[in-house]
Design a protein around this ligand. Structure first.
Ligand SMILES: C[S@@+](CC[C@H](N)C(=O)[O-])C[C@H]1O[C@@H](n2cnc3c(N)ncnc32)[C@H](O)[C@@H]1O
Length: 210
């Protein structure tokens, strides 16, 4: 499976408001990010935020509105990033856009205070992929930084976008990240898809301790 081609095709020529994971605004993420940054004693202007697998979501738009100035968005599909870039126009010029496979990326920003992932990690179905993800987090997230992950919950779907997906509860997800990370908050959420289905998501919010 060529993951880059897969995701490139998913977004090509498609109205991104019809994909199953679409939300007009990632309101839950924005709440968690705000809390994470305040908890670290930072202001939005000085916080370095990385959204991995950011796709075409409006998270960067909303963070810019909230005066975040150091935002990086990484995605393997340029077709997804282009949607966000076109939508933001000149406002998007301060965002660092990285088109790459997260698991093999040597252009990750450093000393990031906040790592955000909505609906990427659950596609990593083998242990080597999860180890590569953890390696990327270690290279990127500063000690004391926060990791916010949204995956499918225990009652979530087993497939998404034609790919198999993992389902997690909070203990099993936190255990992937091990003792370097402490679990601060977790919550199950129901995501209404544009097609009218309901998907269970799990949010975990971790802090890197060493
Ligand atoms: C289900 S979508 C979620 C998009 C976005 N986070 C949102 O909430 O709207 C998953 C995204 O992860 C990206 N992705 C999947 N695997 C990736 C990888 N290995 N490296 C970088 N991006 C990846 C896909 O291109 C897609 O945009």
């Amino acid at each position: 499976m060529d993951i880059r081609q897969h995701w490139q095709t998913v977004y090509e020529g498609r109205d991104t408001s019809t994909v199953s994971w679409f939300q007009p605004h990632l309101t839950s993420s924005l709440t968690e990010i705000g809390w994470a940054i305040a908890t670290q004693g930072l202001r939005p202007e000085s916080a370095r935020v990385l959204d991995v697998g950011g796709g075409a979501s409006t998270l960067a738009d909303d963070l810019l509105e909230l005066r975040y100035q150091q935002i990086s968005v990484l995605d393997v599909a340029q077709s997804a990033l282009s949607v966000s870039q076109r939508r933001l126009g000149d406002r998007g010029q301060s965002v660092q856009w990285i088109c790459d496979d997260l698991l093999h990326c040597d252009r990750l920003p450093e000393d990031v205070h906040l790592w955000h992932d909505r609906a990427v990690f659950h596609f990593l179905c083998d242990v080597e992929m999860r180890a590569a993800y953890l390696g990327a987090v270690r290279r990127t997230l500063t000690v004391g930084g926060h990791l916010i992950l949204y995956t499918f919950g225990p009652q979530g779907p087993e497939r998404c976008s034609g790919l198999p997906a993992m389902r997690y509860d909070s203990a099993s997800l936190a255990s992937v990240f091990g003792e370097e990370f402490v679990l601060l908050r977790d919550r199950l959420e129901t995501h209404p898809t544009p097609a009218g289905a309901h998907q269970q998501f799990l949010m975990v919010h971790l802090r890197r301790t060493k």
